[in-house]
Design a protein around this ligand. Sequence first.
Ligand SMILES: [Ca+2]
Ligand SMILES: [Ca+2]
Length: 387
Amino acid sequence: MINKNGFSLIELCIVLIIIGLLLGPLLAFINLYFKERARRITHENLATMSVALGEYYNEYGHFPCPASLSAKSVYPEFGQSTECSNHSGESSTTSSSSNYKTASACPNGVCTAYGRNGDAIKIGAIPHKVLGLPFQSALDGYSNRISYAVTERYATPQVLKHLGAISIENANAETLVNPKGSAQFILVSHGRDGKGSYSADGVLNNIECSEDNGADYENCDLDDIFLDGDYAEVDGKHHYDDIVLYKMYGNHLLWQTSPMDENNIYNATLGNVGIGTETPEYKLDVNGNLRVLGNVNTTNICNEEGEDCFEPSIIGGNGIICTENNQTMIGIKNSEPICEDVTIKEMPNTVCEEGTYVVGFTLLGGIICELPEWDVKDGNNLKATVN
Ligand SMILES: [Ca+2]
Ligand SMILES: [Ca+2]
């Protein structure tokens, strides 16, 4: 019997089937929406933090040291920079190998790895309080703390900088920074799987950082190498859901601190360096005067045409003289003295007549005498008196 006030069983089944058919795509759509939303928020927060780090660098000349990844929000160190020092060349595994992977230690929520030239890399959280930004900006779209790895030398108040020490590679293990292993810092969201990330509460997500469960293990194994891979939320070793952001700041490509002695810098470009010229023709081409307060070590000094060069050792060493009798050195050319017979004539006059004053010298060394022409302009000026 049909219930005239409601649905028959068949009608009810049809309605449920229709709802089921509609619900599947709708849930898939909602799932996709939240996935995209999380990635968008992550990109936005990474960009915000990158800009803030750049502004901090511009103001202080270095990046902030990372904050603790594990500090609870009630801890005083939460969101604050930890201590960074000028560590360099400390890795015990520094070698000519292209892979400097080293194990990391993470006391107080900040890990230390060693990268190019053995320079230390600090891996922690973004010190959002130091940057003056809300904690929400230091989280990714999955509510995990964004990791912040920085070359320690770049997180100390130094004037001279070295190249960074962080390696960033693509999925083909090709370097994305030039030279290899020279990135100053990198921001890492560990993605939807959260592998290697710390939660907003500062708890390490319990997902094994293993090569077997994704290529993004490279961003959680706490060494000096990071991966900017292709997004692939698949099972297995090709899984990669991380989002990373890195930039290069400063004039690090021009001057570098010597890895042998940080008190020395050297020019890192393959080309020439010009001071006062946009078209340097020599390794260091100075168009103008060079003022030196210390020592200069150069192999050649030339005139402005790049000619008549001489080795400065001839004047800074044992000296240079004219060997012929009665010859005088009037210059240096090609590291040899230019010697000529110079006849010194008797000076035409050496004493000014009474009432005149010395106003100059002649080419032969005599004096030029004239009557003074200046007048008294005010009470402070010297008045010339002719006796
Ligand atoms: Ca991940
Ligand atoms: Ca790595």
